[in-house]
Design a protein around this ligand. Structure first.
Ligand code: ADP
Ligand code: ZN
Ligand code: ZN
Length: 743
């Protein structure tokens, strides 16, 4: 028995972010690393904590030592690896240990709201001979029927037995008292699946390229090796993932698969289960608390060997990992938008290192930063440049919307798109219309010439703020009044840009009243199975057209789609974010990948006000590498990641003055740190946040842009240290590195 336990208490406060030592008493002889314990803390008698290590000795004086009250678990709920990972997260994301540990434990376990559910079971006692028993009781009596049911079916739930032998409970009690039957309880598992055990489908014969990729992945089993898998949509990446997982699981190890939340559809899970069976656990935000908890337990106990989930699944208590796969690695959703702002891909790489296993980051459009890092040697590149079924990528026809405008067409649909829709409809084929609502109405564009207004300093679009009728730069605070005419061509058709999915659906229905449409956007897809039911109308052919936001771009395979229309490619391209080009390219690539996947050939009509933009040109040619070369050059020229780091320190407070004062104080401290760092600093600026008031809270910020060099990380750490202590209970501080949303 160890004598002392080192405990992290579950209190989210910088001041108590230390390891505290407690003594192990006779009441808690079985305490072990990774268990939750109740400990006295300060004036509080009962605080929850996690044991992170045990020791035989301590420097803590005897009179300061307090004993652990009790263990809250019988076995550890956190693994050694997770404790090591928590230490890393604390450092990497400037979180407290308590923050970091919380990532690993389901909130329901902490709050004690969800308990393991037990079901009552019954079976014949060991050593009982059914034949003999049956001959000793009256034929067709309740006892007779109970014994024969149990001998025929084996152990079963009591409720089920009661369905077979009605009113069985009383006689069963007697049989149990006589030692003939045995009643016991078993953990119930709330299953998040729509149906029980699907039929297994056989493995596909891999094509040559898939085989090479699979071999290269498997040849690195047993060592940490990060891969960047660049494979076009439909190249058969998923099939390779599944076969790699199968090999790993056969060898006795486990696997983790991360997918973006929106692609974690029942369809996708079903496909995995058809190939890999039932040892899969799934984790995502739409699960109920009970389901999530049960899946977590199945993973912890080792029953589930394969974990598939969204971002937070990277914290699952899987042990002995043999492969980690991150699909669509370029997706923003892998970065947490709340504290601690971890990047699940970075955590995945860290776990790969710990477990000495390959990590595969797959994408049709790798993130520009990671592709750059790959070129610097951080990843091994794997490429799958062709579709698995040998079909060519669909042709993309780019339509210049400024030209449509000058021809007098004021409709959402260009003539090309309209005629193409007529064509598909007349053949009974399906259509997907895509637009993105993000950025809707937030930027200003001239419909006559396509001009958008960008910041003089930052080269990103200015955002329209209707409350003041001004255009503002979210990166540096630059601001101008909303112009009345286009500064480029003087047309007065300069206005906020964009139409919503509903509008597009209305217009479509006017043109094709006989066609049944399905609309998919955040409004129509609430609820766990909403996606599934909407998409079913498409797969069973009851609907012919799908209209939606970016979520329709993902992973769906509809063989009858012959036309994909991108209603407006500009919406996202003009988002005030240095990643908007990258995101647009990724989305256009995804949507084009939806057309003509099977027998019927398909095409893409892409409407845009900037047909010459390199993003549009490269997307139309399915040319990732061309896109990458231009994009990385822009990033370098304008000092954006991976060549620079943007740090935003945001203060949020109900009291405007306090938020303002805090930002001034932070600014002054940061300024003195940056004094001697002229080589690295690109800018430092204090201002109200672009949205200066949100949900009754005032927001002020300090923005810092640093060149990426040997000093950068050290400077960032110094900034974190310097501004510690400014925030408090009522004054919230949020520090973001390369923030995804600047608002
Ligand atoms: P990705 O994940 O790269 O987009 P998928 O793995 O979903 O591609 O494969 C696209 C389609 O090609 C799927 O319908 C899949 O069943 C099929 N496919 C993949 N590999 C093969 C293969 N070796 N032979 C035949 N069809 C394949
Ligand atoms: Zn103009
Ligand atoms: Zn600017």
């Amino acid at each position: 028995m160890s004598l002392f336990a080192q405990v992290i208490v579950d209190i989210l406060n910088q001041d108590v972010d230390r390891i505290f030592t407690y003594s192990v008493s006779e009441q808690t002889p079985n305490v072990s690393v990774g268990m939750r314990v109740a400990v006295p803390f300060g004036r509080q008698k009962n605080v929850e904590g996690i044991v992170v290590s045990l020791s035989e000795e301590t420097d803590v004086p005897w009179d300061k030592l307090k004993p652990i009250y009790s263990c809250l678990d019988e076995t550890p709920v956190i693994t050694q690896e997770q404790i090591a990972l928590a230490h890393w997260i604390k450092k990497e994301y400037h979180a407290t240990m308590a923050d970091a540990l919380r990532l690993f434990v389901p909130s329901t376990l902490r709050s004690g709201r969800v308990k393991t559910k037990y079901i009552s079971m019954v079976r014949l006692s060991a050593g009982q001979d059914a034949e003999m028993l049956l001959s000793s009781v009256k034929a067709q009596s309740k006892a007779y029927r109970i014994i024969s049911a149990l001998s025929e079916y084996g152990e079963m739930e009591k409720t089920r037995l009661n369905q077979i032998v009605s009113q069985c409970y009383e006689p069963l009690k007697k049989l149990t008292a006589q030692g003939i039957t045995e009643e016991f309880s078993e953990e119930a598992k709330r299953s998040p699946y729509l149906d029980i055990s699907p039929e297994r489908t056989p493995w596909l014969e891999l094509n040559l390229r898939q085989k090479q990729v699979l071999e290269e992945i498997l040849s690195s089993q047993g060592e940490y090796k990060p891969f960047l898998l660049h494979g076009v949509t439909g190249s058969g990446k998923t099939e390779v993932y599944m076969q790699a997982i199968n090999a790993v699981v056969q060898s006795g190890k486990t696997a983790v698969v991360l997918v973006p939340e929106i692609s974690l559809t029942p369809q996708m899970v079903l496909n995995f289960r058809k190939k890999l069976g039932d040892s899969i656990a799934i984790l995502h935000s739409a699960l109920g608390a009970g389901e999530r908890y049960d899946e977590w337990r199945r993973i912890l106990s080792g029953e589930a060997k394969i974990v598939i989930g969204a971002r937070s699944a990277i914290f699952a208590p899987v042990q002995n990992i043999g492969i980690i796969i991150v699909d669509e690695e370029h997706e923003n959703s892998y970065i947490s938008e709340t504290h601690p702002r971890y990047d699940a891909v970075a955590v995945a790489l860290k776990r790969g290192e710990y477990n000495s296993c390959p990590v595969i980051l797959g994408s049709a459009t790798p993130s520009v930063t990671r592709y750059y890092q790959m070129k610097q040697g951080a990843f091994t590149l794997l490429e799958m440049p062709k579709r698995a079924n040998g079909k060519e990528m669909p042709p993309v026809e780019v339509v210049d919307m400024t030209e449509e405008f000058s021809k007098g067409n004021r409709s959402i649909f260009s003539q090309n798109l309209y005629l193409s829709m007529c064509d598909s409809v007349s053949r009974g084929q399906q259509i997907m219309l895509f637009l993105n609502r993000r950025g809707y109405s937030s930027f200003v564009m001239c419909r006559a010439c396509g001009e958008t207004i960008t910041c003089e300093n930052c080269d990103v679009s200015l955002t329209y703020h209707s409350s003041v009728n001004k255009l503002r730069c979210h990166y540096c605070g630059y601001e101008i009044p909303m112009p009345k005419v286009c500064p480029n061509c003087s047309s007065k058709f300069i206005k906020q840009f964009g139409a919503g999915t509903q509008k597009v659906e209305e217009e479509f229905n006017k043109l094709f009243p006989e066609i049944k449409t399905v609309r998919m956007d955040v409004d129509t897809t609430r609820g766990k199975d909403a996606h599934y039911h909407l998409l079913k109308q498409l797969s069973d052919g009851s609907a012919q057209a799908l209209i939606g936001t970016q979520m329709i771009a993902k992973g769906h395979d509809f063989p009858k789609v012959s036309l994909v229309g991108v209603v407006a490619a500009d919406g996202m391209l003009r988002m005030p974010d240095y990643r908007s080009r990258e995101r647009t390219f990724a989305l256009l690539t995804q949507v084009s990948g939806r057309a003509g996947r099977a027998q019927i050939s398909g095409k893409v009509v892409l409407q845009t006000y900037s047909p010459q933009h390199f993003v549009i040109e490269c997307a139309a040619k399915h040319d990732y590498k061309g896109f990458y070369e231009k994009e990385i050059a822009e990033r370098e020229a304008m000092w954006y990641p991976p060549f620079a780091k943007i740090v935003r320190v945001l203060y949020v407070c109900e009291d405007a003055q306090k938020a303002f004062d805090a930002s001034i104080q932070a600014y002054d401290r940061i300024k003195s740190i940056l004094e001697g760092e002229k080589e690295t600093v690109l800018y430092l600026q204090r201002s109200a946040a672009p949205i200066s008031r949100l949900q009754e809270m005032y927001r002020h910020q300090v923005l810092i842009k640093l060149k990426e060099n040997q000093r950068t990380n050290e400077i960032v750490n110094e900034i974190f240290d310097a501004i510690g202590g400014i925030a408090n209970k009522d004054l919230y501080c949020d520090i973001q590195i390369n923030p995804v949303n600047l608002f």
